[in-house]
Write a protein that binds this ligand. Structure first.
Ligand code: FS2
Ligand code: SF4
Length: 554
């Protein structure tokens, strides 16, 4: 195996990247190699779909499968090697159908179909795990590193990982009925490019930015999907401590699964709690209308082994981030959608009735814990609803600067930087936040500026879309560009959705993003230099010094 797609990848002086029997996240070598095979098959499918689309022929089923397949390979999503054997067979079926679609469309257009090399010509996959593992050597990200060098491989990796992020967001939107041709076109284009095994820096850099633009569309689609399904998020106080009674904990990002769980438990005397990136669910009117959506329990994903062990009910993982389930809760954790772990019960067809039964059979909380609440729900509509007050406060000097301190969390010690940053931001500055990194500081009292709370929680990592909408509207109101606003972006990254969001920021011309806690291992010093020169990206440093530098720069 070789994998260096996330922030916690193995790093030492001698080597970078997870190799050997297991990655730092617990992904085993077989799973990693099978994921490579699955993605390679999808690249071949993309070669055909890309050409078929140019001839007016599309295959929505294959496009949707690609989104899902890519999502399963994100960090902390699916660790079940057996699942990948099945997905690979399905992927081969989609590829063969895409090939037939393309050849038919070409013939109908009076053209001779191209004979495609690369991933499209990839083997017929074996049907058993050992056979597939023997074929995996043709599929890994670094297979050409000796001939092409680290820069090209690193940039191919940036494209591949950015594409994973786009697919994950687009999948969340798709399950709620929001699809965009522009996303599928971009996904197929990127797959086609990767399958052609590009050797030059320039087209890869262009592709990375194209994916950034596609990710903006994916985030817009997801925003539309969430708000049309569940209403517009509004400021909401969420209980952060449990109530007496039976309980279910729902983690991940998937609002549709949460809604299905709320339906399945209606009137059964079970309290449903959110965890991790599902905290923003409480701000959606149609979800908070369920009286048994009782509150949020716990914090960010890296603390789950302790928190899940202490939770007295079943737990459902609807997307990342999953860590190896521990014996104390192994028999009461379920996976859904793209998530998986060998031996852990997986929910099919959104039928959560067995989770409800498990909750009734487990003890639940014996008593109410002391009440503690946080305020969330500052999506773009809520913030723009008070835009006149914000603009007035900026003009009057009451708000000097906005810091967006957002993104993923993780276990690395350097992540204390984000807490330090939020805490040391001066009182006349606003702190916007999103993603799971906010758990490091969202229970603290940041006070307010006039009627506006100083800490505005904008939602999940994908709600970076909200931040971009707000920034664009404020820039319009002030008659300046986004880069001229008194706004600094302090981004914590962990996995591939964050890579996609970063590409979006770059594609939209947002400069001077501070990125940490470490830079991606797949970005070589040459590539980092390109990002620094073209986009002003800077690694995080000392929180107080970075605050001062941001304020001086503004
Ligand atoms: Fe956190 Fe994990 Fe949200 Fe990432 S729960 S690091 O997947 O997407 O942010
Ligand atoms: Fe390593 Fe991250 Fe890949 Fe897991 S996902 S194997 S931790 S680089």
């Amino acid at each position: 195996m070789f994998c260096y797609q996330c922030e916690q990848t193995f790093r030492s002086e001698a080597a970078t990247g997870c190799a050997g029997p297991k990655g730092m996240c617990g992904k085993d070598a077989a799973t990693a190699d099978l994921q490579d095979v699955l993605l390679h098959l999808c690249e071949g499918t993309g070669q055909y779909l890309h050409r078929a689309r140019a001839l007016g022929a599309t295959d929505a089923e294959a496009d949707r499968f690609i989104l899902f397949a890519f999502f399963t390979t994100l960090t902390n999503v699916n660790f079940n090697a057996g699942k990948f054997v099945v997905l690979i067979q399905e992927a081969a079926g989609h590829r063969d159908r895409a090939k037939a679609l393309y050849e038919k469309a070409a013939t109908a257009a009076g053209k001779a179909p191209e004979r495609l090399a690369g991933a499209a010509a990839f083997f017929r996959p074996a049907t058993d795990m050992q056979g597939l593992l023997a074929q995996a050597g043709e599929a890994g990200v670094r297979k050409d590193v000796e001939s092409l060098g680290e820069d090209v491989i690193g940039l191919r990796s940036l494209v591949l990982y950015g594409l994973k992020g786009v697919c994950a967001y687009a999948h969340h939107a798709e399950v709620l009925g929001q699809e965009r041709d522009a996303i599928y076109e971009a996904v197929e284009h990127a797959l086609d490019l990767l399958a052609s095994e590009p050797t030059e820096i320039a087209p890869l850099l262009d592709e990375a930015l194209a994916l950034g633009r596609a990710n903006f569309v994916a985030m817009e689609a997801l925003d539309a999907a969430n708000t049309r399904s569940f209403g517009t998020p509004a400021p909401t106080q969420v209980r952060m401590t449990p109530l007496k009674g039976k309980a279910i904990l729902v983690s991940g990002h998937d609002l549709k699964d949460l809604a299905a769980i709320l339906e399945a438990t209606k009137g059964k005397g079970i309290n449903v709690y959110t965890h991790g990136e599902l905290l923003p669910a409480h701000s959606y009117p149609k979800l908070k209308a369920y009286p048994h959506l009782a509150g949020n329990y716990g914090g960010a994903w890296q603390d789950q082994q302790r928190e899940f062990a202490e939770f007295p009910g079943p737990i459902v993982m609807t997307s990342n981030c999953l860590i190896e389930p521990q014996p104390r809760y192994r028999n009461r954790i379920f996976t859904a959608g793209p998530v998986g772990w060998a031996g852990i019960r997986h929910i099919e067809n959104a039928d959560f009735s067995q989770v409800a039964q498990a909750a009734l059979a487990l003890p639940g909380f014996a008593e109410d814990a002391p009440e503690e609440r946080v305020t969330i729900g500052f999506g773009h509509d809520a913030v723009l609803g008070v835009a006149d007050k914000v603009i007035e406060a900026v003009k009057a000097g009451a708000i000097r600067h906005f810091f967006l301190v957002g993104g993923c969390d993780g276990a690395a010690p350097g992540r204390n930087y984000y807490t330090d940053f939020a805490e040391h931001a001066p009182q006349d500055t606003m702190v916007l936040t999103l993603g799971c990194g906010k758990y490091r500081f969202n229970r603290r009292d940041f006070g307010s500026i006039g009627e506006l709370p100083r800490l505005l929680d904008m939602g999940q990592c994908n709600d970076a879309y909200s931040a971009l909408v707000v920034a664009t509207k404020l820039a319009e109101a002030f008659g300046v560009g986004v880069n001229e606003l008194p706004l600094s972006l302090i981004v914590s990254w962990f996995e591939q959705k964050a890579a996609a969001v970063l590409l979006t920021l770059l594609a939209l011309g947002v400069r001077n993003v501070r990125l940490g806690p470490t830079l991606p291992a797949f970005l070589t010093p040459t590539l980092v230099n390109v990002l620094v020169e073209k986009f002003g990206i800077a690694p995080i440093g000392d929180a107080k010094a970075d605050i001062e530098a941001s304020l001086a720069h503004a």
